[in-house]
Design a protein around this ligand. Sequence first.
Ligand code: C2E
Ligand code: MG
Ligand code: MG
Ligand code: MG
Length: 293
Amino acid sequence: RAKHTGKARTVVYSPRHAGPTEHDISLEAAMFQAVREGEFMLHYQPIVAAGTREIEGFETLMRWKHPTLGMVPPARFIPIAENNGLINLLGAWALKAACVQLRQFQEAAGRPLYMSVNISPRQFRSDKFLDVLDDAIAFSGLPGEQLVLEITEGTLMIDPVHAESILGKMVERRARIAIDDFGTGYSSLAYLKNFPISVLKIDRAFIRDLPGSEKDGAICNAVLDLARHLSLSVVAEGIETEEQMQYMRERGCRYVQGYLTGKPMAANVAIAALKERHYAELMGANPGREQAQ
Ligand code: C2E
Ligand code: MG
Ligand code: MG
Ligand code: MG
């Protein structure tokens, strides 16, 4: 057992460098069971305006609550699902459920919001994906423009020609495209010129050591500059402290997502937050300071 635990750790942190362990194989079996038993669920993390801390949208994050293992993190089960194809089923369910959920969120908030959904490389490559997207939009009745699809640089680079055509079709449906974990993948900046991207999500790795790290600051400033010139929105991921928030806001980053302004939460908790008129104040916004700038 101890031997397996050690190996399993390797899989959690660097799935690309290790083959499947016995632990993975039993986890895989448990995943099929989990689909039948309905153990997967969705949590939602607020994406807020850096200035007002008003909730603008949510990112859908998948959760798996196993009866004995407890919460299995996505970093653990998404790579397995990506490998065996289960991600197509889970991803289609997540997209549709998230679109339906957003309608309820908007009712609670009394104003338009958007929903950001992660699309894995395998989903993106699947020839069923556009049908899945159409089904989610039609079933929920959600206008396409309220949907943001998050893809990574790696997803785009597997087959850039195919990617360009799929992205075009996503945009025909009025969905917006966000590059997730921006700056951490193997890719060329040329895709920002050729592909219809709307949002860059700066990875938490560049935020974590702010404001102390000069190098991370330089990278964040360069991304914000680039985005400004290309008319893209920027979301800073993983904002945990007031100092990080202030740093990014002062440099013109308009949207943030992180534990400071809201952890991923169950739908009913999100609804309570949306109904709470003073959510922004609860989250520590200081309008006076904002106006003074
Ligand atoms: P991601 O799409 O980059 O999602 C952001 C991750 O950062 C989430 O981890 C979120 O809980 C975490 N996070 C947000 N704010 C903070 C913060 O202030 N501090 C820290 N330490 N972490 C923060 P999570 O939920 O564990 O998901 C990890 C990854 O799993 C996601 O990264 C995404 O790549 C993947 N994933 C999650 N749900 C889905 C899904 O429905 N479909 C697909 N294809 N992938 C998913
Ligand atoms: Mg994401
Ligand atoms: Mg991310
Ligand atoms: Mg990430």
